[in-house]
Design a protein around this ligand. Structure first.
Ligand SMILES: [Cu+2]
Length: 128
């Protein structure tokens, strides 16, 4: 009478243990997947260089958002010079036709800039 439940228990316990082992393995796999996903995110957040094209007397894109540590390259594709100038913050001076100027923002903030030769050219650099 007491042997039957014991036998049942003996059959169930190894099954339960196996199920538990499986669950732990699956959990470990999830932890590894999450860790590698986090690793990829860290890799994607390394400083990069963004490009703003100066063409047809405008900046493209007109608004650019970067992370602190990233660099911005203004590339002049017009046949005449431009500047990227945020008074008191940064000033490319004259960038000749076909030329470029690279700048790495020093602080977070939102910087409106313009071209000193063409005041209608307006851009915004957001640094997060
Ligand atoms: Cu200009």
């Amino acid at each position: 009478m007491t042997l039957a439940p014991l036998a049942m228990l003996a059959g169930i316990v190894p099954t339960a243990v196996a199920a538990l082992r499986r669950a732990v393995r699956v959990g470990l796999v999830h932890v590894l997947v999450l860790a590698s996903a986090a690793g990829m995110t860290v890799a994607a957040e390394r400083p990069i260089t963004h490009t703003v094209v100066m063409k047809a007397t405008s900046y493209a894109p007109p608004t650019l958002t970067v992370k602190l540590g990233d660099a911005v390259l203004w590339r002049n594709e017009d046949p005449f010079p431009h500047t990227a100038t945020a008074a008191g913050v940064f000033d490319s001076k004259s960038i000749p036709a076909g030329g470029a100027w690279k700048y790495t923002p020093k602080a977070r903030g939102e910087y409106a800039y313009t071209c000193t030769f063409h005041p209608n050219m307006k851009g915004t650099l957001k640094v997060e």
